[in-house]
Design a binder for this molecule. Structure first.
Ligand code: 13P
Ligand code: SF4
Length: 317
């Protein structure tokens, strides 16, 4: 369509003029994903932000992701089309709450999911994403207690995968993923009995998925708990007719792109993140024209937070 072609050309032209690389998270709306230089999960986009030659990084995602890019590339200009794009999960813990929690558990290693503010990352020992959470926790001596924050469902997933019983979990949740319930999942499985099942570990239904699989109500061999990048990888080789997808619905765009044979069905079609969707085509244009909003971080916080993110990026290299 002409308007969107014109919009796309304008975005590309302005990006070139600014020497900007455009990064988009898998949950962004399709038009934004299609105009970006790179689309990916939070880990992949952090790695790209750390290694880019471009002078400016335009981050189409939520605020903590753009902040993480700034931590990894402090000398670059990092822009987000609107700084209003927050994250309800990141908001479940602040630095004061974390300091109080740490004081109750002296000697514990603090693992912070990247879905946190820079001030919280500054209080952590190491960060993780849903792609590498298990690996990151496995890098901590087995007898050292772990404080895992802020997502309770990802925390439970890590407990299960590592088999450790010395992991304390912060009781935060993402309203979008917590809203994909075991009831939705069971209804969809009943309607599509031969489907593959892809579940993000932030989902409220992740642990019951495992429980149902254990009881034989869900076929264990077709049940996969994966990050958004993991979902894409498994979709690539998939031959199943149908796959049920339990995550934010922006994900369907990339899944359908890499596999046109399988029918990808959202477990809850209303699972849309209003923060991710605050990044609109118009705001991306404004961002490139006016250079806003720019991410800026107080240097004391940035230095401490950077260490946690760099330790994470160093794992699995
Ligand atoms: P991924 O790290 O799997 O991309 O997830 C990011 C996120 O915000 C999940 O809600
Ligand atoms: Fe945050 Fe949830 Fe939105 Fe991800 S989907 S950005 S965790 S609110």
């Amino acid at each position: 369509e002409t308007r969107s072609t014109h919009w796309q050309d304008e975005v590309r032209r302005l990006a070139q003029e600014r020497d900007a690389v455009i990064l988009a998270h898998n949950y962004q709306e399709p038009a934004i994903q299609d105009v970006a230089d790179h689309v990916g999960d939070s880990l992949a986009l952090s790695r790209i932000a750390a290694g880019t030659d471009a002078g400016t990084i335009v981050f189409c995602g939520v605020h903590f992701m753009a902040e993480t890019a700034k931590l990894l590339s402090p000398d670059k200009t990092v822009l987000i089309p609107t700084a209003q794009a927050g994250c309800s999960l990141a908001d479940t813990i602040d630095a004061d709450q974390l300091r109080a929690w740490k004081a109750q558990h002296p000697g514990a290693a603090v693992v912070a999911y990247v879905n946190t503010s820079a001030a919280v990352k500054a209080e952590a020992d190491i960060c993780c994403t849903s792609s590498n959470a298990v690996e990151v926790v496995n890098s901590i001596p087995r007898d050292q207690p772990v404080l895992f924050l802020p997502d309770q469902f990802l925390g439970e997933h890590v407990r299960r995968q590592t088999g450790r019983d010395n992991i304390e979990v912060w009781m935060g949740e993402c309203h979008v993923h917590a809203g994909i319930s075991p009831v939705d999942l069971r209804a969809q499985v009943a309607a599509n009995p031969t489907a593959e099942v892809l579940v993000h570990p932030e989902c409220g239904c992740a642990s019951s998925t495992i429980w149902l699989a254990g009881r034989g109500d869900l076929p264990a061999e077709r049940t996969h708990i994966l990050s958004t990048a993991g979902m894409l990888e498994s979709a690539r080789g998939m031959t199943a007719e149908t796959a049920l997808v339990a995550t934010e619905i922006g994900m369907l765009h990339q899944l359908r792109k890499v596999n046109q044979h399988t029918n990808f069905v959202p477990v809850n079609p209303k699972a849309s993140c209003r923060f991710m969707k605050m990044i609109t085509p118009d705001l991306l244009l404004r961002c490139l024209r006016e250079g806003r909003d720019e991410i800026q971080l107080p240097s004391e916080i940035a230095e401490q937070a950077r260490r946690s993110v760099q330790r994470m990026v160093a794992i699995g290299k």
